[in-house]
Design a protein. Structure first.
Length: 181
């Protein structure tokens, strides 16, 4: 299903008021992020307004349907918000993550690298192998964040120690040294 214009109607003591996109942009971040509002977030995930989708992509209580819809969003910020959202990224599947990796977007790949330990529904080892060999040094470096580096195998760490990028190789050497001490 494609994105669409969301119609907003506000009712105050049985008086109806029709509102436009500015009102929706203003109130969407005020909608309580609770389980009871999942259906509202499902509807908002189809909004043709980037700001609305971007706001709800930061929420904790999104349905799997909304997560899937938003992971395929054309707005990189929406996808990046989901990838870095600890409450959401644990629901992301291998298939969804591989689809994002194929987009070849450095920002998204770095977010995946920095948050790899949170993708509980994915084969993390395979993703780490892909990112450790990725052409962009920025992506490879993202694997050496403090919470992620513990997940790297010795083999991957040694590979990164010999990286052509000085920052990657130096950080990998520090991690290897700390493990061997």
């Amino acid at each position: 299903m494609k994105n669409k214009e969301i119609k907003i109607e506000l009712t105050l003591n049985s008086q109806k008021l029709h509102c436009g996109h500015n009102f929706l942009e203003d109130i969407v971040c005020k909608i309580s992020d609770i389980k009871e509002n999942k259906k509202i977030f499902d509807i908002l995930s189809y909004s043709n307004n980037d700001e609305v989708r971007e706001d709800i992509s930061r929420n904790e209580f999104l349905s799997l349907k909304a997560i899937d819809k938003l992971l395929n969003d054309e707005n990189i910020e929406v996808v990046d918000n989901l990838l870095s959202n600890r409450d959401i990224n644990k629901h992301i599947t291998n298939k969804q993550l591989n689809k994002i990796i194929k987009k070849d977007n450095t920002k998204l790949l770095c977010t995946i690298g920095k948050s790899i330990d949170e993708f509980q529904s994915c084969n993390i080892c395979k993703v780490i192998k892909k990112l450790a060999k990725y052409p962009s040094s920025k992506v490879r470096y993202s694997l050496l964040q403090w919470s992620v580096s513990d997940m790297l195998t010795m083999k991957t760490l040694k590979l990164l120690c010999n990286d052509s990028d000085t920052d990657v190789s130096n950080e990998a050497k520090k991690e290897l040294k700390s493990r061997l001490d």
